[in-house]
Design a protein around this ligand. Structure first.
Ligand code: FAD
Length: 265
């Protein structure tokens, strides 16, 4: 197993306060929160936070992957898509810093963390806000395994939904082991997008037809993760080297068990 540089803490209830909320792409927000000064957090890249929200008098949970560096212990950022009619994402994306909202959160959570790649290639595949956990993971890989061949396939419907496109292109220029493949399923008709089109699955198949020596990490909505999981197995990746985080239907229920509001924090 990967030896974390930081000591990973067991999950713990905390109250977090919003620092900023900005729109970075259509319907996609970056929210920054602050941990209580007396209660800082060490998380592993790939882990997430679960918020406890009130809906019509009932407590519900919604989870979001850490998007910021794992070396920041006092603050964290999240990449949140405002889902049409989605209760939790709309609530979060409508939060405003001047009101100093405080939310109940449980963190750090999750087992979607890096394993030591050894001699294996690392293949990260994301769609949409599924990019979030891979940003701190890339930072960790570049710092600790710079010569490990590392691929990021990042799919979105539209070009303007490709978060951090320029930063990731720049990363590819300064990190020789890193290959970045942005993929757009609905490219502009004016020919301004000259990159890959279609679905990430096709491009993984085309670029990496043999995944027997790879660790494959998949993150995003269920459909892509399920299809890509099949593709990885078909391309020879052993089952135990495919790691998944699903964001879609039912994933929230599986990701956290609700605690009573009075649970010790
Ligand atoms: C471990 C984990 C980490 C997650 N991390 C993130 C993250 O970093 N960023 C993020 O935006 N979301 C993330 N999610 C999804 C998030 O928890 C919520 O499911 C999402 O915000 C929708 O919640 P909601 O209350 O707004 O929608 P609901 O009122 O619950 O309605 C959900 C509906 O929206 C669909 N839906 C859910 N997520 C999406 C999506 N991303 N795009 C389109 N449709 C969707 C569902 O299939 C369902 O039909 C994560 C989920 C899990 C389990």
């Amino acid at each position: 197993m990967y030896v974390p540089r930081t000591t990973v803490q067991p999950p713990h209830r905390r109250e977090v306060s919003l620092v900023s909320n900005g729109v970075v792409a259509p319907s996609i927000h970056v929210l920054m929160f602050q941990w209580p000064a007396s209660d800082l957090v060490n998380f592993e890249p790939g882990q997430y936070v679960t918020f406890y929200l009130q809906r019509e008098g009932k407590q519900i949970t919604r989870s979001y992957s850490f998007f910021s560096s794992a070396s920041h212990h006092d603050r964290f950022t999240l990449l949140v898509k405002k889902v049409p009619h989605g209760f939790g994402s709309t609530y979060l994306c409508n939060l405003s810093p001047p009101e100093k909202p405080i939310l109940r959160a449980l963190a750090p959570l999750g087992k979607f963390v890096l394993t030591d790649p050894g001699d294996r290639t690392v293949v990260l595949v994301a769609t949409g806000t599924g990019l979030a956990p891979f940003v701190p993971m890339l930072e960790r890989l570049r710092g600790e395994h710079p010569s490990t061949p590392t691929w990021l396939f990042f799919g979105s419907r539209y070009v303007d939904e490709l978060i951090d496109l320029e930063e990731l292109r720049l990363l590819q220029r300064v990190w020789p082991g890193f290959r970045f493949v942005p993929v757009v399923s609905r490219p502009p008709t004016d020919g301004s997008w000259t990159g890959a089109t279609g679905h990430v699955q096709e491009h993984v198949r085309a670029q990496l037809p043999d995944l027997s020596q790879a660790d494959v990490y998949l993150c995003g909505v269920n459909e892509m993760v399920n299809e890509m999981q099949e593709v990885a197995l078909q391309l020879g990746c052993p089952k135990e080297h495919v790691f998944v985080e699903r964001y879609g239907e039912d994933a929230d229920q599986q990701s956290a068990s609700p605690l009573p509001m009075s649970a010790p924090g």
